[in-house]
Ligand binder design. Structure first.
Ligand SMILES: [Zn+2]
Length: 525
């Protein structure tokens, strides 16, 4: 049983001039005596008064209060018992709708929201509505009732909290339809909910853990309604109470102010913007990888005058690096080698990746087996299966170096058409950018070198496979051709090539970063 009415009585009775000792009376059901319930009571003018509301609850009966006329009605089936505040008359309507009026020798006392009746005089009347024989036993201060303890009917067993993006939904679980409810949100963050003609498991609800938007819950069972009070944290814009469409539950939605929505939205926008900027920074053309072909015990191809490819590529590479370091200060230059040393083909790609390279340029010199040859000029290569026999031959020559590497058979997959499909699929993100750079490069080389432009080609170079970034391989000129060899050996020739490469990088960088500014993804199709 509850003691809330009783506790309130303590406070209110002195104000009403009723200074009598407060008390309780136990309800003992014969069949299970251990289960005791109790009702609020007090003595006044030599009579023991008992709370009729508590009595109803103890007997598992529903009571309905009309606050306007201050009447309390108890119902069981068609039978009804009605008392009025400060009035001695009791109206009884039996199951057959026959109505009788009884007069108590004293008035019913209405205090603390509860109706008090003189116990011993009232028990016979109460038997008529409860349908159970009962007797008050002064010795034990208990009402002995026949039968078993009536089961408690609870309409509201618990409350659930469902957090939402912009607030919270309080779900008042209901085991039957509850028609009459209202809520009131106060400026200070208290939310009051009244559910009429309902009974709640207030103990369970008051024990609920609170967090987030709910700071406190107070559930009070009044004789005629359930009062739920929530202390909400933070600013609340609005609340709404409505029945759930899919159950008997009552939903109370609590919405945070729109200002906060805006703040959240702005924060989200900032995060997105920051993410984009980071993305942009990540894509920025800030690391250029220069890969001078061959080196160490791999001389590459040799010219008519014993010019070694590895020496020319290193010289061009270093000259290009110096230009970049001097004239493109926001760019970091990474070399796969800066000296005459051997570097495995796959290691070159690794160096590029480890340094977050954004462009990979592999520098080589071409040659035909037949020397001297009239064939001369430069070629720019993209990583794709070679389509022409020339391209295949060149790739084979450039790839042949792997045979100098330890365990090359395990390290390199044969660049068959099939393998290429896999490689290019994984690298298609860089293909578009590679094409853009190759196009710029062939124009720069074509405009500034005194040697023919043999165009953009494609071939399967191992050195290009591993680098996860836009990449090209440039065959600068033919060491098997007298004029080309002279050009490659000369300081001015090397400088011209380095300058053309530099110009191409500069133009590419401009174009690339302009696209980045526009927020377009580069190289990703
Ligand atoms: Zn080479």
């Amino acid at each position: 049983m509850r003691f809330s009415a009783l506790a309130a009585l303590f406070v209110l009775l002195p104000a009403a001039g009723l200074t009598q000792q407060q008390n309780t009376v136990d309800l003992i059901f014969e069949n299970d005596r251990t289960t005791a319930r109790s009702a609020g009571a007090f003595r006044h003018d030599g009579l023991l008064y008992i709370s009729l509301n508590d009595l109803c609850e103890g007997f598992g009966l529903r009571s309905y209060e009309s606050t306007d006329s201050r009447k309390l009605e108890i119902k069981r089936g068609n039978a009804r018992l009605k008392v009025s505040a400060e009035n001695p008359f009791v109206v009884l309507t039996d199951q057959t709708e026959r109505r009788s009026v009884y007069q108590l020798p004293v008035n019913v006392i209405h205090a603390a929201g509860t109706y008090f009746v003189p116990l011993e005089l009232f028990v016979p009347l109460f038997e008529r509505i409860s349908g159970r024989s009962s007797s008050y036993q002064p010795a034990t201060n208990a009402i002995l009732v026949e039968g078993s303890t009536p089961s408690f009917e609870v309409d509201i067993p618990t409350i659930l909290f469902e957090p939402k993006v912009n607030g919270l939904v309080i779900r008042v679980k209901a085991s039957r339809p509850l028609r009459d409810f209202e809520s009131w949100l106060r400026q200070d963050g208290w939310l009051y909910v009244t559910i009429a003609e309902a009974r709640a498991d207030t103990q369970a609800i008051n024990r609920l853990k609170t967090d987030g938007m709910i700071r406190r819950i107070v559930a009070i069972q009044t004789p005629t309604s359930v009062q739920l009070t929530f202390k909400l944290s933070g600013k609340i814009a609005a609340s709404e109470i409505l029945p759930d469409d899919h159950s008997d539950d009552i939903l109370i939605s609590i919405r945070r102010p729109g200002e906060e929505d805006k703040i959240l939205l702005e924060r989200k926008r900032q995060e997105i913007r920051k993410g984009l900027e980071e993305q942009r920074d990540r894509w920025k053309l800030d690391v250029i990888v220069i890969d001078p072909g061959h080196g160490g015990n791999d001389p590459g191809t040799t010219g008519l005058n014993r010019t070694r490819e590895k020496d020319i590529t290193l010289k061009i590479g270093l000259k290009l690096g110096a230009l970049l370091e001097k004239e493109m200060k926001d760019v970091k230059v990474v070399y796969t080698r800066k000296t005459d040393r051997f570097v495995e083909l796959d290691r070159r790609g690794q160096i590029a990746n480890e340094n977050n390279g954004k462009l990979f340029i592999s520098i080589h010199c071409n040659a035909l087996r037949q020397k001297p040859s009239s064939v001369r000029g430069f070629e720019v290569y993209l990583l794709r299966p070679g389509k022409t026999q020339d391209a295949i031959d060149i790739a084979e020559r450039e790839n042949a170096v792997i045979e100098l590497e330890e365990g090359y058979r395990e390290r390199y997959q044969e660049l068959t058409e099939e393998n290429f499909i896999l490689v290019t699929m994984a690298q298609s993100a860089y293909l578009k950018s590679s094409e853009v750079f190759a196009d710029i490069l062939q124009h720069e080389l074509g405009d500034h070198l005194p040697i023919p432009n043999r165009g953009i080609r494609q071939a399967g170079f191992y050195v290009l496979v591993g680098a996860a970034m836009p990449k090209v391989l440039v065959e600068t000129a033919y060491l098997s051709n007298r004029e080309d060899e002279r050009f490659l050996r000369s300081d001015t020739g090397q400088e011209k090539i380095a300058r053309a490469l530099f110009n191409a990088i500069e133009r590419y960088k401009e174009e690339y970063e302009k696209l980045l500014e526009e927020g377009r993804e580069i190289g990703v199709r």
